[in-house]
Design a protein around this ligand. Structure first.
Ligand code: PHE
Length: 447
């Protein structure tokens, strides 16, 4: 019961790019780079993306495209043993990440609404913080907007692989790039003292590069490239045979890094230009930016396109997460795609609402002082993704028959056979070793 295929090369690229470009690019990368040696960090980041993440992406691509079904079944069809559990872990991870991702998607919608209604105008920074905290604490708004965000993602999923996912990304991704270019031009050329922000992001400081930085770069690259949980695997099951997977992966990686860098160039010059302390995370996007927009000419317009940009980045990633679970439910329960999507709208609607409410002042869904939102975020990026990624490369490099990997990556021995030898080496040795080190570091076994 195949879900469909992406019809064109450009549509394939847009869909995969839509998944990888997300909140990771906007709020995590720029800050990490600024704090960890600027341009030096960028070089390290590109280096590990090529050596560690790209092999994982190609492993997922090969498994997915050769089997043309959901993550769990792909593993099961290739190997009879317990490897299907790797696919199950992927589906579970997608479910968990989507549950809190939809909450942030919801925030961006609320902030888009506020920008359109010009509600930020004339509000002091202190008041802005108070309002943001009150909004989160109340819980009702975040739950409603999270559900709206989920409903939008569900609609796209129901429209189908080509008519929904591919088409949406073909419209949304160019819009996202266009908005980002406008924001960057404005930040660099029209704001006073923008140089300080550019310096923060790009000053090359090689003394900041340590072994830990290297591992942080691996973690960031992993999350940013949507690896380790079957999103790339599921999308690959819709990619046509004629596409050359290594080229697609390389292009997507370059695109993802460029968007991350450009996001930094849109955000930091603005932050420094107003002498605000750069911080990472939600505060940067949802407090600092509206605050800045208020103080500049054309601020309302910029604020609208900025939150549209955040929303586009979030929804296209959210759809890819939801697709992993939808394909699984639809194929395994043998029900139609739209029915699976409606079931998920109901169940994920509940877990997503729980995540939103866990941050409210109702004091529910909080465990040992940690909100469900934070627990989901922490456990998925620190444990589920690296473990999933490690199992995926080991599977592709050592368990799956080599002819599958070879024919997927060389289009049946026609293209780039020399590159294949290098990729195979990375999949078998370099990538698993690095991911293991990253994991040992996270659980505190490396000092
Ligand atoms: N890559 C997305 C981002 O950068 C997040 C994501 C992770 C999306 C895993 C899908 C799967 O925000």
């Amino acid at each position: 019961m195949a879900q469909g295929t992406f019809k064109s090369s450009i549509g394939t690229f847009a869909a995969v790019a839509g998944s990888v470009v997300g909140l990771g690019n906007i709020w995590r990368f720029p800050y990490l780079a600024g704090e960890n040696g600027g341009f030096a960090f960028l070089i390290v980041y590109l280096f590990v993306s090529l050596l560690v993440s790209l092999p994982v992406m190609l492993s997922e691509f090969s498994i997915g495209r050769s089997q043309r079904c959901n993550a769990m079944r792909s593993f099961k069809q290739i190997s009879g043993g317990p490897w299907f559990l790797t696919g199950m872990l992927g589906v579970a991870t997608a479910y968990v990440i989507d549950s809190f991702y939809m909450v942030v998607g919801g925030w961006s919608l609320e902030f888009l609404r506020k920008s359109v209604m010009n509600e930020f105008s004339g509000i002091s920074p202190e008041r802005m913080t108070e309002e943001f905290n009150a909004y989160i604490a109340d819980g009702t708004g975040p739950v409603i907007w999270a559900l709206v965000s989920l409903a939008l993602a569900t609609t796209i999923i129901i429209l189908g692989v080509s008519k929904g996912i591919e088409k949406m990304n073909k419209i949304m991704m160019p819009t996202l790039v266009l908005i980002l270019v406008i924001l960057v031009i404005n930040s660099i050329f029209f704001l006073p003292n923008s140089q300080a922000g550019i310096d923060f992001l790009l000053h090359p400081d090689f003394s900041k590069i340590t072994f830990k930085t290297l591992l942080a770069a691996v973690g960031q690259s992993f999350f940013s490239l949507s690896l380790g949980m079957g999103a790339m695997l599921t999308y690959a099951s819709y990619i046509q045979e004629k596409e050359h997977l290594p080229s697609t992966a390389l292009r997507v990686m370059i695109f993802d890094s460029s968007i991350a860098l450009l996001s930094g160039l849109a955000i930091f010059p603005a932050v420094f230009s107003f002498g605000i302390d750069p911080s990472s995370g939600p505060h940067l996007l949802f407090l600092t930016m509206p605050n800045i927009f208020q103080q500049i000419i054309g601020g309302q317009f910029l604020s609208i396109i900025f939150f549209l940009f955040v929303f586009l980045a979030a929804i296209t990633s959210q759809v890819s997460l939801l697709e992993v679970v939808t394909a699984f439910v639809s194929e395994e329960l043998k029900i139609k795609r739209w029915k699976a999507a409606i079931w998920l709208l109901l169940t994920m609607g509940i877990t997503g609402s729980m995540c939103a409410l866990s941050q409210s002042d109702m004091d529910i869904f909080v465990f040992n002082g940690h909100s469900l939102f934070d627990i989901f975020d922490y456990v998925s990026s620190n444990y589920m993704l690296p473990i999933g990624g490690l199992l995926i490369v080991i599977f592709a490099g050592r368990i799956m028959p080599e002819r599958i990997l070879q024919s997927q990556l060389t289009n049946g021995n026609e293209k780039n056979t020399l590159g294949y030898t290098v990729i195979k080496f990375l999949i078998r040795y370099v990538s698993p070793i690095f991911i293991s080190l990253m994991f040992l570091d996270l659980i505190g076994l490396i000092k």
